[in-house]
Design a protein around this ligand. Sequence first.
Ligand code: DC
Length: 230
Amino acid sequence: MKKIIVAIDGHSSCGKSTMAKDLASKIGYTYIDTGAMYRAVTLYALRHDLFYPCGNIKLDELEAAMPDIHITFRFNEETRRPDTYLNGEYVENLIRGMEVSSHVSPIATVGFVREAMVAQQQEMGRAKGIVMDGRDIGTVVFPEAELKVFVTASAEVRAQRRYDELMAKGQPASFDEILENVKERDRIDSSREISPLRQADDAILLDNSNLTIPQQNEWLMEQYLRVVNE
Ligand code: DC
């Protein structure tokens, strides 16, 4: 069967990674969570004091540090998904916390950060056989991807999912704070100058507000089978 690239873009916390991960494991593809890469850069910036108190980024210092930021993924047999490592350190849980979540959008607007991440992502997909999720996969990283999906759901539904996820991990959270964070990230992701979040002309739109996880997984599998059997 021919190998393809599956590009999944969409709003934050809309279940992109759940469906991407499920498809990848069923068809034996590599799953790549590009948001995790921007999150790992953010964690590095927080740890190295690269934010001014007002929240702006110390751009010159971050640019100088870019060659020292190495992000890798290692497949975790237990969770059946890749874990994120920053300079060899396991950071999968740290990058999902509120501190990183509330600083990541500005990091993802920085041109030299995006260039470095996109180059790595294109390299990861050179041999195809990948399911990659993010914001600019179908528009910038792989405009030639054979299957492009754009996922969305209402901000309230997405905040509730994120809240449930944090609770399940025992990480304290406030629903209102998460809802604000989801809305603020939508605003920054969609209005930034470089690679703003937008649906590629040839992407299929999926609003999963009223879909269960098995339903959305099934829907994605159908799209995949349609494309590979074309
Ligand atoms: O999908 P996520 O919430 O983990 O993404 C974290 C942030 O990174 C979010 O603000 C959007 C940004 N991002 C991006 O700009 N481009 C990508 N390909 C992936 C994520």
